[in-house]
Design a protein. Sequence first.
Length: 360
Amino acid sequence: PYGKSGTMVSDAMQHVGGIVDDICLIKTMNTEHVNHDPASKFLHTGFQIAGRPSGGAWATYALGSENKDLPMFVVMSSGNPGGVPIDASTWAAGFMPSHYQGVQFRSGQEPVPYIDDPKGLTRKDRREMLDAIGRLAHVQHDESHDPEIPSKISQYEMAYRMQQSVPEIADISMEPDHVLDLYGPQVRQTGTFARNCLLARRLAERNVRYTMVVQMGWDHHGGISDRLPAGCRDVDQPTAGLITDLKQRGLLEDTLVVFGTEFGRTSFAQGTLKTNFGRDHHGGNFCVFMAGGGATAGITYGETDDFGYNIVKNPVHIHDLNATILHLLGIDHLKLTYRSQGRDFRLTDVHGNVVKGLLA
């Protein structure tokens, strides 16, 4: 048990346990999908097949941007894919204009490739080239009315501004040691979950609307006694550090942090002693937690049976979670629609209810 709330947290997540009174823990998440690819797409887009906009695209479509020098939606990944990589369909714009899709920041000091101009090309040359392309594109758009043309011009212009803004984001040399120490020792290594959490805070400070930080390598069908604690070490302190850092800067009030996954694992062992036991996929119930952004701090929502296998009180479906996230962002999920192929689409499809018990 951790915190004033006495919430039970695994010893493998002691740093998250230390901030448990700042988080809103949902114990009764559930989904119909128990294979990684459709379950991951379902979590992020509300549909199990590629082609729908991700939650980040929906949020940026609804809210726009408050920083014209950085993308509205940024994606960073780390960890070992372990045969289960996450693909771009989970941060895609789907049938929306492409400038709503997530921009992936790579590991290293150069998060975006080709950010520098080629040798011999000055910034003035680049500006003149973009202006010329823009004039031609406007002529083409007047004739074709293709919505992708202004999207492409918008992305060209964003890339031009990112030549100055992205290197500044990636440079953490001015961060004091006491801040770096919040995120743990791996924050000093590029491409780690810890570094990406710090970059997420730096993006939030600069009013980037939506950031998605992914840690891969959780498919523990075997070797769970060794692999699970190691995986938890990679994410435990950085997650707690991010929430603590946002809180001490006064950013947590209007920044929503969601820590989750596409499905859970069985409460019983899979495999044999020889394979060092693992656990299989389980969509019946699993945990997600939120912090800040209007979510109630220090509560545990929902109850399962004694085996953590079935839900007995207050189930929360993926569509309910997405409806609640949008609500906390100030968006009515029933009214946030986009017309494609003759009908209106929603992130929550024709489902989803805001879970009022999670709202502060």
